[in-house]
Design a protein around this ligand. Structure first.
Ligand SMILES: C[S@@+](CC[C@H](N)C(=O)[O-])C[C@H]1O[C@@H](n2cnc3c(N)ncnc32)[C@H](O)[C@@H]1O
Length: 311
């Protein structure tokens, strides 16, 4: 099937090249939402006023929080993550010794022996765990940090463990974030609790990307160490939220039924996953008219540009 077969002529005219979205995260994150950024901008543009606060309760690689802060789409940002390893990175960058982390990455000599030694280290401080996590994320298949995920053998162009190790780029991304981190608060905790804490604020908006995959719990387990979430409870909580919110999910019957049961609007967005497969993701919200008005199709082009450093 050709890559555009899913799209109508009208849609083709409005395809956005995701390669134009700045990569700001030090992570390459499974299920990362870089492809969603053009829609995110459209969502903010549809609002009557700039929100006081954006909360990303399931931050992962945090591209939505970072884009919001860099582009000043909201005055403040809160990002929340439960996973210890991922949290160590954000805690260090937002509230800790980010400079140490940036330099450690830039100076690390990537050899199989050095990697083995680093991965065996235990009882680490927060910033040491942050470095170990970035290293793991960069050398594991698909950036997967969950237990059981393996290290790449050949990688891109046979470069093996070095194929996704861009030390200068990573250092620059961290120092760029340091320059704007005053507007971002990181919370190592449960995203559900943080949604509940801010549910009554009408000037707070939420971008919610919960751990879920169409392939079911088993696949979800392979992607994230923290993946058990009561999705029905999340939707019930969203009924109490005063500000606007968007939720993204795999496009499955079960999720659609959940949205219908909770009287929410939904739209399917076409995209390509990292295996070049055309698929659709579901965006769920209270009212997605803004999305239908300026319908934009986002195709993840970066695999068509092999020389490009995609993450
Ligand atoms: C689908 S991923 C988010 C990906 C992210 N949107 C990105 O662009 O990289 C879901 C994330 O939620 C985290 N998570 C799972 N349960 C959580 C919870 N109860 N509270 C906070 N984070 C949680 C997982 O560790 C994972 O990083």
């Amino acid at each position: 099937m050709s890559e555009f077969n899913l799209f109508t002529e009208l849609d083709r005219a409005s395809i956005i090249n995701v390669a134009t979205v700045p990569q700001r995260s030090p992570f390459r994150y499974p299920g990362g939402k870089t492809w969603f950024v053009p829609h995110l901008r459209q969502w903010f543009a549809s609002m009557a006023t700039c929100p006081r606060l954006l909360i990303e309760p399931f931050a992962g690689g945090g591209i939505v929080s970072l884009t919001t802060a860099f582009e000043q789409l909201a005055s403040q940002v809160i990002m929340v993550e439960r996973d210890n390893q991922v949290a160590a990175v954000w805690q260090t960058i937002m509230h800790g010794n980010a400079e140490w982390l940036a330099n450690r990455i830039a100076e690390f000599e990537m050899t199989p022996t050095a990697v083995q030694k680093e991965l065996c280290r235990e009882n680490l401080t927060g910033h040491e765990l942050a470095f170990q996590t970035i290293l793991r994320n960069r050398i594991n298949h698909g950036g997967i940090l969950a237990p059981g995920s393996g290290i790449v053998k050949h990688g891109e162009n046979g470069k093996g463990i070095k194929s996704r190790w861009y030390p200068q780029t990573l250092r620059n991304r961290i120092t760029d974030i340091m320059a704007i981190r005053k507007s971002i608060q990181f919370i190592h905790g449960d995203g559900i609790d943080v949604i509940r804490d801010h549910a009554s604020e009408s000037d707070t908006v939420f971008f919610i990307d919960p751990p879920y995959t169409a392939a079911g719990k088993k696949a979800g387990k392979r992607l994230y160490a923290c993946n058990d979430l009561n999705h029905d409870e999340l939707f019930s909580l969203l009924e109490t939220v005063q500000g606007d919110f968007l939720v993204t999910y795999d496009n499955t019957e079960g999720v659609k039924q959940l949205a219908v049961r909770h009287n929410l609007d939904m739209e399917a967005i076409a995209m390509k996953n990292t295996h070049h497969t055309e698929m659709t993701e579901l965006v769920i919200g209270r009212n997605l008219d803004w999305m239908r008005r300026g319908r934009q199709l986002v195709v993840d082009f970066h695999h068509q540009l092999p020389s490009m450093q995609s993450d």
